[in-house]
Write a protein that binds this ligand. Sequence first.
Ligand SMILES: N[C@@H](CCC(=O)N[C@@H](CS)C(=O)NCC(=O)O)C(=O)O
Length: 205
Amino acid sequence: MKLLSSTASPYTRKVRVVLAEKKIECELLPVDVQPTENPVNAHNPLGKIPTLILDDGTALYDSRVIVEFLDSVSPLSRLIPEGTRDRLAVRRWEALADGVTDAGILVRYESLRDKKEQSPAWTDKQVARMRRGTAQMAAELGERIWCNGDRYTLADIAAGCCLGWLDFRKPGGVDWHKEYPALAKHYEKLMERPAFADTIPQVPK
Ligand SMILES: N[C@@H](CCC(=O)N[C@@H](CS)C(=O)NCC(=O)O)C(=O)O
């Protein structure tokens, strides 16, 4: 398998953490998705990463589909619970964390456009979404160790990848460490895991 990826991408990090937790081998192929014509388009019409290319050439996207696939191919360290209630709770966490990241990505992309073309109202709307989302994440975590139930799941991975990327790019200047100490403690706990510590977002070389 090959993963079209970037060391800066929070969604790619989610997949890399799952690969590491489940001890699944996969070749990482770094790509630049900023140009309209980019090498991902041939595999994924959306031109986005992560995109996973299976050995038979099938391309899987997006990160939510990829992590579900990876979790199902190996019974080691199940990250998505089987019971409907817990599974939905975990997927909802993932939707929340990814949604905050999506808003942060829009803020970042907007900031990279020509100053004259940027819309402060559009940016404010995304920042408000990020703030509501991180507040919800903090409220749902409360003082618990893990996001869902009493064990580490995809919910923790999604939350960690979102928060780690907010630290990396700082879109909209959201400082979740200061505002939500419980999220900060949760992230510290995640960083004790090699899967997280080895995938800290970085500017691609
Ligand atoms: N929902 C998608 C989001 C993927 C995504 O937006 N990836 C970014 C990189 S972090 C990307 O490929 N952006 C290129 C673009 O939007 O043109 C997922 O979970 O995989």
